[in-house]
Design a protein around this ligand. Sequence first.
Ligand SMILES: Nc1ncnc2c1ncn2[C@@H]1O[C@H](COP(=O)(O)OP(=O)(O)OP(=O)(O)O)[C@@H](O)[C@H]1O
Length: 337
Amino acid sequence: MAPATGPALAAAHLVKTYSGGRGKPAVRALDDLGFEVEAGTVFGLLGPNGAGKSTTMKILSTLASPDSGAAYVAGIDVARHPSRVRRVIGFVAQKPVSDPSDTGAENLVLAGRLQGLSGREATARARELLERFGLTDHAGRQVKSYSGGMARKLDVAIGLMHRPEVLFLDEPTTGLDPEARAELWLELERMTADEQLTVLLTTHYLDEADRLADRLAIVDHGRVVAGGTPEELKNGLRGDAIIVELRGDADPTAALAALDRVDALREIGGDGRTLRARADSGAATLPLALAALEAAGVAVASATVARPSLDDVYLRHTGRTFTRAQESAESVLESAS
Ligand SMILES: Nc1ncnc2c1ncn2[C@@H]1O[C@H](COP(=O)(O)OP(=O)(O)OP(=O)(O)O)[C@@H](O)[C@H]1O
């Protein structure tokens, strides 16, 4: 019988608290967080800013230690054997790692040499990765002349030089324009199909998680609040979402009360002028909802029916929409800076 192979990544009961500093309260970044990732798959950690994604990634990649709990990469205990773990992982951080005054090829070869490849091996691997990421024609140009998308692809290639078993991608498309994001998604999909790689991806883009991740953990306040494939998570929500945007002069409280009177609607909630509810059949229920709003004198700017999205999954598990969570995290970060 073949030996049982364990998960490529495992985090169990991770707790991490940062001291607040200068009289501020301590921050519990991770609060009993855990998940497992099967080898050869892409696993997404999805959550708004401050949810604890980067801290989790830092612990798994040996850059930080948890207060308690355990983490394993390729079956290796991260706390006990950090240098063994470092040999099997690649890490693509949010900030670029390439030297802007060197060429793309020089950056790759240097990264390979630092990872212990011979000059010949590094040159061959660099050529292979430049080809894979469509950078061959730009290999001899200084990185400072690259577009944001090209520089990001080079960062990913640098992380792959030593053929890691596990690649960490920390918010890979943050800061890229939509076209460059779409292109990088395509490259990442090709990369995971070609290389026998396990990928841990953090993102605060719902569409990115939906597109790239085989399985997801939705992280909120340092905990995994839901996990599964994107489809499983969405299918777990019965029925369609009805989204109503109120006109500026409409009263959201009166609108919520009006929707409450429609029997076919459930999980009614609101974020400012955007109201959401669920119904088994969105198309059949929308006219009833609009009639109830009209009868209550509530002016509607627009109304839509949508199949469940990851935003609905997030709302179900955290009680707030992803956009609202992201906005409030950003305002906390702004007031702290
Ligand atoms: N070095 C640190 N010192 C103090 N607090 C920290 C430190 N690093 C992270 N935190 C706090 O821990 C919490 C989790 O942060 P973390 O960076 O892990 O979240 P995240 O989900 O990755 O968010 P982001 O997308 O902004 O990186 C946040 O409240 C953050 O402010």
